[in-house]
Design a binder for this molecule. Structure first.
Ligand code: GDP
Ligand code: IMO
Ligand code: MG
Length: 430
């Protein structure tokens, strides 16, 4: 398989950014295919830390092409700001190194206004969104009224489409007592960014197809995780896109055969940011310790992430849903020094045992984890760069996870730093 698709197998923040950056040394093209600037991908290279939201994580390596595919929702202001930030860190970004699909959907300020208003209206049942307007922008796309990147090149069409879009949304904003937004105000805001963003617009599907035919290696970079998938996740506490591997094809314009090896990024424990069910969540000192050692604070919103034990039922389900061929196990080092480790191997629901996460909201909130306990390890795994450096109990833990999730480990990550990564099985060679 020449290509690799990287997706998160839990609730996001599994370390996609780090792994995509590491793998991008072996790739020619790196493609984002869903999500938007709700993503926060962290890369640590020596003393430099990059926090990327819309730019593919391969962008920091010279000589690679970065593509933002049609499946991504693009906030032009956020993107331009991100480009300026990474330029300030010495990264070259130009229309030669970055292409944005001309048919990508735009996020406009109205989407953020609606995102906020909806969250307020939901009260205690709020999703805990990132407030970036992701959901409302995807809704507009499906409703066939979205403004797309190519529309910025057609002023008359843009004005007419904005009139329609705002007439639709202002009715809602009026209803909830929020200020309305006028077409002229949006046009005025768009004016300075139009000329700056249009040079990056291109026929991404065609470029990708040509590169693929020429034998170039494509690395697809997912955002969020499978349990945040709008179909398969903990609905309605999900994001508004498909996060599974199949979306790499839809969101880039390549056929389903292009996705190649599917690498599921998997944290050695579990975290979630925002509301929604979390069967293995810990409210005790161990949960607190995981959060502290793992520095579990949202990259985008700074919110503390909820932490818990590894949920093998959920990851096994994710591996099947995502067509995951192998996992990259990350943050093993965060478990160093714990005397024992728990793994959820099944759920109890009412009087029965269940081996998958049911779809219903009530059942998802009610399932209780059944744990198996393993001995921890006292030696450090932090920064380990070879399998032989791992304590015996850490290897036992990894082997047990592989067995329970029915998926092998292809990569192991032992710190935020790029090079603290152990290759077990090369996804590009598989
Ligand atoms: P992403 O959204 O999946 O790219 O992940 P984030 O960047 O939001 O969160 C993952 C965090 O864990 C970042 O701060 C990474 O630098 C860090 N990280 C990634 N891999 C490892 C690892 O193996 N060990 C430790 N300790 N931290 C890691
Ligand atoms: P990366 O790519 C973790 C969560 C939000 C919220 C839900 C819906 O860094 O892993 P949205 O703004 O998308 O409508 O929010 O999804 N969420 C993430 N959680 N990592 C992410 O991205 C996330 N992107 C969205 O917290 O619960
Ligand atoms: Mg993140």
């Amino acid at each position: 398989m020449a290509n690799v698709t990287v997706i998160g197998s839990q609730w996001g923040d599994e370390g996609n950014g780090k792994i995509v950056d590491w793998l991008s040394a072996r790739a020619d093209v790196i493609v984002r295919f869903q999500g938007g600037h709700n993503a926060g991908h962290t890369l640590v290279i020596g003393d430099t830390v990059f926090k990327l939201s819309l730019l593919p994580s391969g962008v920091v390596r010279p000589g690679k092409l970065s593509v933002i595919g049609n499946g991504v929702v693009v906030d032009p202001w956020a993107l331009l700001e991100e480009i300026e930030t990474v330029r300030g860190q010495g990264v070259e970004v130009s229309p030669e190194t970055l292409m944005i699909a001309e048919n990508a959907t735009l996020i406009l300020p109205i989407h953020q206004a609606i995102d906020r208003a909806r969250e307020i209206a939901r009260g205690s049942a709020k999703i805990g969104t990132t407030g970036r307007g992701i959901g409302p922008a995807y809704e507009d796309k499906v409703a066939r009224r979205a403004i797309r990147l190519c529309d910025l090149a057609e002023p008359e069409i843009l004005t007419a489409k904005l009139d329609q879009l705002l007439a639709h949304h202002n009715a809602y904003l009026r209803g909830v007592g929020e200020p309305e937004i006028a077409t002229e105000a949006v046009l005025k805001k768009l004016e300075p960014v139009r000329a700056r963003i249009l040079p990056y617009a291109g026929v991404a599907w065609q470029r990708l197809e040509q590169l693929r035919r020429a034998g170039r290696r494509i690395l697809f970079e997912g955002a969020q995780g499978i349990m945040l998938d709008v179909d398969h996740g903990t609905y309605p506490y999900v994001t508004s896109s498909n996060t599974i591997a199949g979306q790499a094809a839809n969101g880039s314009g390549l056929g389903p055969g292009a996705t190649g090896f599917v690498l599921g990024i998997t944290k050695a424990y579990t975290t979630r940011v925002g509301s929604g069910p979390f069967p293995t969540e810990l409210h005790d000192t161990i949960g607190q310790r995981l959060g502290e050692r793992g520095r579990e604070f949202g990259t985008v919103t700074g919110r503390a992430r909820r932490c818990g034990w590894f949920d093998a039922v959920m990851v096994r389900q994710a591996a099947k849903l995502g067509g995951i061929n192998g996992i990259a196990l990350t943050k093993l080092d965060v478990l160093d020094g714990l005397s024992e480790l728990k793994i959820c191997t099944a759920y109890r629901l009412g009087g029965s045992l269940v081996h998958h996460l049911p779809a219903g909201e009530r059942a998802q909130a009610a399932v209780e984890p059944i744990y198996e306990t393993l001995d921890g390890w006292t030696d450090s795994t932090q920064g380990a760069r070879s399998w032989a450096d791992l304590p015996a109990n850490a290897i036992k833990y990894i082997r047990r996870l592989e067995e329970l999730i029915e998926t092998p480990v292809a990569l192991l990550s032992t710190s935020p730093e790029r090079e603290d990564t152990i290759l077990v099985r090369d996804p590009f060679q598989d």
